[in-house]
Write a protein that binds this ligand. Sequence first.
Ligand code: ZN
Length: 189
Amino acid sequence: MDSSAVLSLFRESGALHEGHFKLSSGLHSPGYLQCALVLQHPAHAEALGRALGDKLRDLHATVVLSPALGGLIIGHEVARALGVRAIFAERQDNALTLRRGFSLAPDDRVVVIEDVVTTGGSTRETMAVAMAAGATVVGAGAIVDRSGGSPGLEVPFKALVTLNLATYAPEQCPMCARGEPIIKPGSRK
Ligand SMILES: [Zn+2]
C-alpha cells in the first residue's frame, strides 16, 4: 500500500479533511486528521497494520508496544501482521505505565507503534517505558508522520505516509488573511 493509497483511504473514511480548520489547540491548519475514522473499519485497520508491519519486519520484533489510546488498534494490527504480542502502556498519575500484568523480558525486541507521530514526544515516552522494563527498543512506526520526516528518534522509524500539515497562530494564518471561512472539526454544519 503506497502513500497515495493510504491517503485515499483516509479521504474516503472522512479521516483527512483539507480546508481551513481551527484545531483544539486554538491554532489554525489547512488539514485535519482523525485516524480513528479510518481505523473504525476493521478491514482498513488490518490492511494498514499489514503494510506497516511489512516495513518493520526486518527488525525481528518480539512484541509491539503502543501508547493508549491512539496506538491501540494499529499496534494490535501490526502485531497481527508480525505474529507477535501486542501490549500497551497507559497513563497513571500522568506517567505512561505498563499495567494489567503486561511485562517485557530482557530478550524482548520492542517496536513502538502509534497512529500519528507529530513531535515524537509520545513515541519517546513509550520507548522509555520499554527500556525501563529492561527490553530493547528496535524500532518505531506510525501510520502518519506529521514530523516533516524527522521525528528525531534514536531507532529506525517507518511511516506509511508523511503529511506536512502546517499550523498557524490565528494572527499569522494565511487562510484567515485570504478571508477563507474557518471550520471547527467535530462540529456539525
Ligand atoms: Zn485561519
